[in-house]
Design a protein around this ligand. Structure first.
Ligand SMILES: C[S@@+](CC[C@H](N)C(=O)[O-])C[C@H]1O[C@@H](n2cnc3c(N)ncnc32)[C@H](O)[C@@H]1O
Length: 234
């Protein structure tokens, strides 16, 4: 494989939060690959689009939105095969990842499937730091611990993880919202919990958790919650 693959973090949504290195890698690519949900425009593409060369090939990867692992794993097998062909032709390929490629990102599935490829990784601004900036609140302070917890974890696991934690970010909230809100109420984190939807994007919304009526939230939602000792958490 004489071509090179770059896994490019494109940040949380605001196109101005692309790094200079990301812009350079996107502009230099002969082929740009990006995940998208069926019927929706890819967020990663919309962030990076203005930097893609006119002659570059665009290759969307349709990610099946299923809870089961298998359909997505098959999609990654297919995209790894397509990228391998491009690399064998000597092309430079950029794979766009929303946020950072290795923070709960899909890039890891390519790393494990392409052990022979020359791969560079351009880190991106994560949704974690973007949400903290949006609410102008530290994620954690001094010797406090910060946990990132995926909302699909079951209640028992979430409660066990939260019990000893001052500060947490709950990601992948979506349809788990009501259940997570009940959990945070039980663990004492709900009073200082804030929901950030679409951080850094023009549709960004910030709402205290307890202001919501029951409902699911969009996929691009994160809950920042806190029960530590710092004044900003009161
Ligand atoms: C699979 S993780 C991908 C994280 C991404 N690689 C990153 O570095 O931010 C997707 C989750 O990140 C959070 N997320 C991503 N972008 C976000 C945004 N702009 N605003 C709020 N939450 C976001 C949501 O909780 C979403 O369900």
């Amino acid at each position: 494989m004489s071509g090179k693959l770059t896994l490019v973090g494109v940040g949380p949504g605001d196109p101005e939060l692309l790094t200079l290195k990301a812009v350079k890698a996107i502009g230099a690519a002969n082929a740009v690959v990006y995940p998208q949900k069926p019927g929706e425009k890819s967020l990663a593409l919309s962030i990076a689009e203005m930097h893609i060369a006119d002659q570059a090939t665009r290759l969307p990867v349709n990610m099946p939105m299923k809870v089961e692992r298998n359909p997505a794993q098959l999609a990654y097998d297919e995209i790894a095969a397509a990228i391998t062909s491009l690399l064998n032709e000597g092309k430079s390929v950029a794979y766009l990842c929303e946020g950072d490629p290795l923070f709960y990102g899909s890039a890891m599935y390519l790393l494990e499937r392409l052990p022979e490829a020359q791969i560079a990784i351009v880190p991106g601004i994560t949704s974690l730091t973007a949400t903290a900036s949006a609410v102008a609140r530290p994620l954690a302070a001094r010797n406090e611990t910060l946990k990132v917890l995926p909302a699909p974890l079951d209640d028992e696991k979430l409660i066990a993880e939260l019990t000893e934690t001052q500060s947490a970010a709950i990601i992948k909230v979506g349809r788990h919202f009501d259940r997570v809100r009940n959990v945070l109420t039980k663990t004492g984190h709900a009073d200082n919990a804030i929901v950030v939807e679409y951080a850094t994007q023009s549709r960004q919304v910030i709402t205290p958790l307890l202001d919501f009526a029951k409902n699911e939230r969009p996929y691009f939602s994160t809950i920042l919650c806190y029960k530590g000792d710092e004044a900003w958490g009161k």
